[in-house]
Design a protein around this ligand. Structure first.
Ligand code: ADP
Length: 544
């Protein structure tokens, strides 16, 4: 299980886009969208061949393969065959229908495999690198698929061998544009969080949309005689959107412009060669949009991270000053407190047996108790502030669990709390100071037992579990059936002295967190509800 980022309550692990589950419902929906897009855009086909100068369906199945990997191959093949039969009216033999679609699926599944597993691109295309690999790998595989696809029809006798290079180029062009324009939009629509269409910061503004429409009008209306010469005007609104809205805005703008081009060319009925010429320009436009948008988005992300880091550093600096003051204060307070305790004890002894009012003894006892408690707080604070590096050694997580249990058993029995253990072997060894990690788990278990003892729920159970985690390491979990963490504590759990217990010190969790972090691990509240709380501790695995 991936380790979530820091925070009071963990976000869903990883923050990745929802996994695509290839259910029958999903498959039907995909086929429906695929056939609709195919039907809408299947215009200007080459005679004897289902090649058009645009092929948006390719953008759809590439996005599917990028999200699902090899699992998406059967659905892709089914969509291609359905498209040929229902929309395109396959012009050649059944064998060539199967062979040509197998060529497409094999080519793009291989590209998706390389992108997912070899280069491991981020499907949300958050970096320029991701866009670079997407364009590079898919354009190359399109260059392999295109001649193979046309070659099937040459072998079938439907196409003359001489036409292969030109047709293959047109095929490549249609697919390349689809990949540059449609795939990024689909990938971004499927990312976690609100899709770009719903985010005003990413969506082209009304003025920008108007500018795109105006630019399309300039290209299509017979202004200045030759329409082709004015294509470059389309770059202006596109660059405007990419620079101000980043990648999501840029790919949406490219999609709008491509849609406008298809519609415009369709309305004025251009000859096929003019369409191919326009599409070549469109490819340049789409690639510009992708890279410019990615540069802007990546830069913005870096700026945001920098700002966050600055805020974090300022916070740490403040904490360091506070820590030094607290350390000095703890040192200064310790001596007078110890002196006050001994003087009060001495006074108590002097008064012993003497004819003192009975309540005087009681008050002196209380004074001693309070001073001792203050001493404990000061000692706790000093322990918390003491900087000591742990003695690290590779340890078996199962041993840590076993020893911790032995230490906590008496407390659990006394409070009638049932302890359960769940060790999910195999577990990698962890590099840690065993005593310190046991202290952490012990503290979490004590908190759980105390929470149950105070709330007295019908089920009294604490589960200590450990399992392997990703990135390499283990996650210990302490789960209880107590009342959960009270709402206003959730954000303060790791602040020193934050406590809801009458005799609590509020140092347990801050100390635990600093121990875990000194091991390069994380401690977080993984869940809390009226049915209980769950704390997770991640520790990295020992290097092999
Ligand atoms: P202390 O135990 O001295 O209060 P901690 O730092 O260990 O200090 O805990 C801080 C607070 O977090 C507790 O006072 C309690 O309100 C809350 N807390 C910790 N663990 C649990 C738990 N398992 N269930 C409910 N609340 C918890």
């Amino acid at each position: 299980m991936p380790v979530p980022p820091a925070g009071p309550v963990a976000a869903p692990p990883g923050g990745a886009a929802p996994a695509v589950r290839l259910t029958a419902g999903f498959a039907l929906a995909f086929l429906g969208v695929y056939l609709a897009v195919d039907w809408l855009t299947f215009i200007h086909p080459r005679p004897n061949l289902n090649i058009t100068p645009w092929n948006p369906p390719a953008g759809l199945y590439l996005a599917l393969l990028l999200r699902t990997g090899l699992r998406g191959v059967p659905l892709t093949f089914a969509a291609l065959v359905a498209g040929d039969l229902a929309v395109r009216g396959h012009p050649a033999s059944a064998a060539s229908l199967v062979a040509s679609n197998l060529v497409i699926v094999a080519g793009y599944a291989a590209a998706a495999h390389v992108l997912r597993h070899r280069v491991a691109i981020d499907p949300e295309l958050s970096r320029v690198r991701d866009v670079g690999w997407l364009v590079g790998v898919t354009f190359l595989s399109a260059a392999a698929v295109a001649p193979a696809f046309v070659g099937v029809f040459v072998l079938d006798g439907a196409v003359a061998a001489d036409d292969l290079p030109l047709f293959a180029f047109q095929y490549w062009l249609g697919d390349a544009i689809a990949i540059a324009v449609v795939t990024p939009v689909v990938l971004l629509l499927h990312r976690p969080g609100p899709p770009p269409l719903r985010l005003p910061a990413e969506r082209p503004s009304a003025a920008q949309t108007a500018a795109m429409i105006a630019a399309l009008a300039v290209v299509f209306l017979p202004i200045g005689g030759d329409r082709f010469n004015l294509f470059y005007v389309l770059f202006l609104p596109l660059v405007w959107v990419a620079v101000t809205r980043g990648l999501a805005g840029a790919v949406l703008a490219a999609l709008v412009i491509q849609g406008g081009l298809i519609a415009g060319l369709q309305i004025i009925g251009f000859p096929l060669n003019a369409v191919v010429y326009h599409q070549t320009l469109m490819l340049a436009l789409a690639i510009t949009a992708l890279f410019l948008g990615a540069v802007v988005s990546e830069r913005r992300a870096v700026e945001t991270r920098l700002r966050e880091h600055e805020a974090e550093l300022a916070h740490i600096a403040r904490l360091a000053v506070t820590g030094e003051m607290a350390s000095a204060l703890a040192h200064e307070l310790n001596q007078p407190l110890l002196a006050a305790i001994s003087y009060t004890r001495a006074a108590q002894r002097l008064l012993d047996g003497a004819d003192t009012p009975p309540r005087a003894q009681e008050f002196i006892d209380k004074a001693v108790a309070q001073a001792e408690r203050a001493g404990e707080v000061v000692r706790g604070l000093r322990a918390f502030l003491r900087k000591g590096s742990p003695h690290l050694a590779p340890e078996a997580a199962a041993d840590i669990v076993r020893e911790t249990l032995a230490l906590v058993r008496a407390d659990a029995t006394y409070n009638r709390v049932h302890l359960r253990v769940d060790v999910a072997e195999p577990l990698p060894p962890v590099l840690c100071d065993r005593i310190q990690v046991e202290q952490v788990l012990l503290n979490l278990l004590h908190n759980s037992i105390e929470a149950i003892a105070a709330a007295d729920p019908p089920r009294r159970e604490v589960v200590l579990s450990v399992r392997a985690a990703d990135p390499a390491g283990v996650i210990f979990a302490v789960e209880d059936t107590g009342p959960g963490v009270v709402a206003d504590m959730v954000d303060r759990l790791y602040s020193p002295f934050a406590t809801t217990k009458p005799a609590g010190m509020g140092l347990g969790l801050p100390i635990c967190r600093s121990i875990v972090e000194s091991h390069g691990g994380r401690l977080w509240l993984a869940g809390t509800s009226a049915q209980g709380a769950v704390f997770h501790v991640f520790l990295p695995a020992a290097p092999p």
